[in-house]
Design a protein around this ligand. Structure first.
Ligand SMILES: *Cc1c(COP(=O)(O)O)cnc(C)c1O
Length: 489
């Protein structure tokens, strides 16, 4: 083919953009389950570009080739859609980003876009960094941000060490996130964003998002919400006015545990006091095309497809996990060896009422099983064993099915003791502040039959009645061969 000039490609792109817009209109009319099953990948696209493959292919390719110099020039000038180079974009990443953007905006007409990242932590970094820039008209201002103190351990380190300590960007901590006055008092003209985790991991802290959004926007600053624990099946903060959502897709979204990943999903035309119009207009595209292009924290195509594949049944699996968790929480609540159970789904939880205002199983009203709006509270809970830290360790060591691991969001039940794992770095004082006593076990309930989860909890708790448990020897366990060697050497 003879070169036909750059406009040939630009015209073709316009044509395809039109088709894409029509297709998106069709997709947006569908229910949540349908969108999670099919995402933005259509039969038309499969036949035109992917040899009919009914599943989104994994494009394990670094880069894209162009027909001629004109096409390359148009692509690299961002004049036509392109994926160019997999540090920035890639078709497999694009399929994941497309579906996550739709799910976070579901049930509203909020326009959204998404940038998938290599981890939840890089999603948080990508979401907050563009706001932490000095104003050329006030270059000496000391910047700050207001964020809940109850956040995931990694987030705590990123905010406290990487920003506050190392760069002198002040983290103003909201201790009682349920008290809107506390948020209000911390904001001033140098506040760049407001950040909260809801529910928080592991403490299940919660705040009144509607009020926080109203407050932030009255100051012209954005609200960023980490909604990893809820997932879009239970809470879609963008549809309630938040500006940006971050997800660790390593957790419930990829419940199989097949990979680490994260996502930033933002509304178009967000609120910010930073003078950067392109950023505000389409934050998801902006970070993808510019800061993340330059810093390189985006997701790999393989992990993108792993996450995509696992998200297809998000609503039904979160429903199942949530129901299992409530069953387990109710059981433990009446157990003689348990001091306290913390789960937002229990009526006696101090934040139950507030959580019930926000956490609904999406589309339950059109689900023939329910036919009405039903609350669901996710699969993160914790319980305190009667006695000291040793009692909790003994119970923990007695589990045979529930995995002892610092993980959550899995299809398999997983437990951890935060005081000696995820929160050991914080020290005893820090743990007291966060209400993480040594006898607390965090449990993330999986998709097993609840009877079997309860049987295993019982097995652990029976240790406190003097029952023995069995610890496999590193000498004989197949997967532990390397640790057995380490011990011998
Ligand atoms: C795990 C987690 C993160 C960090 O995600 P990674 O994918 O592990 O980097 C952030 N926020 C919450 C609430 C988490 O549970």
């Amino acid at each position: 083919m003879k070169p036909q000039g750059k406009n040939y490609y630009i015209d073709a792109a316009k044509h395809s953009a039109q088709w894409h817009a029509e297709n998106m209109k069709r997709i947006k009319k569908q229910k949540f389950d349908t969108i999670s099953v099919h995402g933005i990948y259509s039969m038309q696209e499969a036949l035109d570009f992917n040899q009919g493959s009914i599943i989104e292919p994994i494009y394990m390719s670094t880069s894209q080739a162009y027909r001629d110099a004109d096409e390359m020039e148009a692509a690299l000038g961002y004049e036509i859609p392109t994926w160019c180079y997999s540090r920035i974009a890639n078709p497999s990443m694009y399929y994941l980003e497309g579906v996550l953007a739709l799910l976070e905006g579901y049930g509203s007409n909020v326009e959204t876009s998404c940038c998938a990242t290599a981890s939840g932590m890089s999603a948080i970094m990508s979401a907050v960094e563009p706001f932490l820039v000095t104003d050329p008209d006030d270059p000496d201002a000391k910047l700050n941000f207001v964020a809940t103190s109850q956040v995931y351990g990694g987030t705590f380190q990123q905010f406290a060490v990487r920003k506050d300590q190392e760069r002198n960007i002040e983290w103003r901590k909201v201790i009682h996130s349920n008290d809107i006055n506390e948020w209000a008092k911390l904001i001033d003209k140098n506040t760049r964003f407001i950040y909260g985790e809801m529910p928080s991991n592991p403490g299940q802290a919660f705040f009144d998002l509607d009020k926080v959004v109203e407050l932030a926007h009255s100051h012209g600053i954005p609200v960023i919400v980490d909604a990893t624990v809820a997932t879009p099946a239970l809470l879609r903060p963008l549809t309630r006015g938040a500006d940006i959502v971050v997800q660790s897709i390593s957790k419930t979204i990829t419940s199989s545990g097949f990979g680490i990943g994260g996502a930033v999903i933002a509304r178009k035309n967000l609120t910010s006091n930073v003078k950067n119009e392109a950023m505000k207009a389409d934050f998801g595209m902006y970070i993808k095309a510019l800061p993340n292009r330059d810093n390189g924290p985006n997701i790999s195509p393989f992990n993108a497809v792993m996450a995509l594949n696992d998200s297809r049944n998000l609503r039904t699996k979160v429903d199942r996990f949530s129901r299992n968790t409530l069953t387990v929480a109710n059981y433990l609540n009446n157990h003689k060896h348990i001091e306290q159970v913390d789960y937002l789904g229990l009526e006696e939880h101090p934040l139950h009422e507030l959580a019930s205002k926000y956490l609904f199983l999406v589309d339950s009203e059109v689900d023939p099983l329910y036919k009405k709006k039903v609350n669901r509270y996710g699969h993160l809970m914790s319980f305190r064993v009667k006695g000291d830290g040793q009692a909790a360790r003994d119970v923990f060591d007695g589990f045979q099915m529930i995995w002892r691991a610092t993980d959550l969001g899995r299809i398999k039940s997983v437990a951890t003791i935060p005081a000696i794992s995820t929160h050991s770095q914080q020290g005893e004082e820090g743990r007291k502040l966060a209400d993480i006593p040594p006898n607390l076990i965090r449990l993330c309930v999986g998709g097993e039959h609840p009877d079997d989860i309860i049987a295993d909890l019982d097995r652990g708790l029976a240790v406190l009645d003097g029952k023995k448990y069995f610890i496999s020897s590193p000498e004989y366990s197949a997967g532990g061969a390397s640790s057995a060697k380490l011990i011998r050497n």
